[in-house]
Ligand binder design. Structure first.
Ligand SMILES: *Cc1c(COP(=O)(O)O)cnc(C)c1O
Length: 359
């Protein structure tokens, strides 16, 4: 028997979520953002699951993009940070990959670009991560017009606070006048803007986190947005301990029993990607019943309260996050966001795929 931990990926949920995202912006096309190995869900399997519905895929590294082409994906693929060196420009042409264009360095590599090459100049509208200053866009477009191999597919930007009360107004006010009247496609909306700022939808939206069933908003769960959790991390109880009042659990004695308790030791720890900082009471589901963590998460194990669950014991399945335990809630208990937890599931945890006849 192998170590009883797994991450189940529901491809039908990802498909459902993509179609929900499309319904939020019915007049736009939508890149399925599958960077970071599809937020930990497996980029090749996710692309396969969306192949006949997705308008396109957006990711970061050219190796993944080439893998999708080799798998037969023919939809547009966008490299969200564009080429990282001149050699990647040639590969972009060979594999028909479009790319963000955010720097003068990238612009210089394009001078020798083979045709056909599609780029999306990126405007830094206030995030100050990637992109040209708003005042530089016209010059960049003029430089690109002089390159016969290069086609400008559109203009893009990215929002820093679409998920927060601050919203997108300031960035949108810098960006929208620049692209107004250019006659070029426009792309700006991540999941949060797709939900809350329809003005920003325009030609292409870029939902990421929502595809996996997780909300980008601190005060709303994915389920409340009509989304289905695509990832379920679960592990079995491998031992049971009975505690007397005063007994402590785990490293640092972070939890001390005040009454007689039964606890289950679960085959999941921070080396599997479960956050070590998640404290006492962080929610789990034991054979479907709500419970919570007790004591400190260790490398390969954690402990959960079974006191109210007399039928639970060795072999019980504990959902750490998934349809019964919102990943947003676990993330909040760990001071982080669902994005980070999804991406951090360790390679040693076997992935099992479901949905679309791929069980
Ligand atoms: C990651 C990313 C997205 C998707 O963001 P979500 O919040 O996951 O929807 C969109 N655009 C760019 C440029 C990104 O890097």
């Amino acid at each position: 028997m192998t170590r009883p931990i797994r991450v189940d990926i529901d491809l039908a949920a990802i498909r459902h979520n993509y179609l929900i995202a499309k319904r939020k912006a019915p007049a736009s096309r939508a890149w399925a953002v599958v960077k970071a190995d599809a937020y930990g869900h497996g980029v090749r399997r996710v692309a396969q699951a969306l192949a006949d519905v997705a308008d396109g895929f957006a990711l970061l590294n050219i190796e993944d993009a080439v893998a999708l082409r080799q798998d037969g994906v023919s939809a547009p693929i966008l490299l969200l940070e564009g080429p990282f060196d001149a050699a990647e420009v040639a590969a972009m042409a060979e594999y028909r990959l479009s790319g963000a264009l955010h720097s003068r360095e990238q612009l210089a590599w394009l001078a020798k670009a083979p045709a056909p090459l599609e780029v999306w100049p990126k405007v830094n509208s206030g995030m100050n991560r990637l992109g040209f200053a708003p005042g530089a866009l016209a010059g960049v477009l003029a430089d690109l017009a002089a390159l016969p191999a290069v086609r400008v597919a559109g203009v893009m930007t990215h929002f820093a606070t679409a998920d927060e009360a601050r919203g997108v107004a300031e960035q949108w006010a810098r960006f929208e006048p620049l692209v107004r009247g250019l006659g070029l496609p426009v792309s700006s909306a991540n999941t949060a803007a797709l939900w809350d700022f329809p003005d920003t939808h325009r030609d292409w939206v870029r939902p990421g986190i929502g595809l996996y069933g997780c909300s980008p908003f601190a005060d709303r769960l994915g389920a409340g947005l009509g989304l289905r959790a695509a990832m379920r991390l679960s592990a079995d109880v491998i031992a049971v301990q009975s505690l007397a009042p005063g007994d402590a659990v785990g490293y640092g004695r972070l939890f001390v029993a005040e009454r007689p308790m039964r606890i289950g030791i679960v085959a999941c720890g921070y080396a599997d990607g479960y956050p070590r900082v998640a404290g006492n009471g962080t929610p789990v589901a034991v054979d479907g019943a709500p419970s919570g963590l007790v004591g400190r998460v260790s490398m390969d194990m954690l402990a959960v309260d079974l006191s109210h669950l007399p039928d639970a014991g060795v072999g019980s399945t504990v959902e750490l996050w998934g349809p019964a335990v919102p990943i947003e809630t676990v993330a909040a208990a760990a001071g982080t966001i669902g994005y980070e937890l999804m991406c951090a599931v360790a390679p040693r945890v076997p992935r099992v795929y479901h949905g679309l006849g791929q069980a």
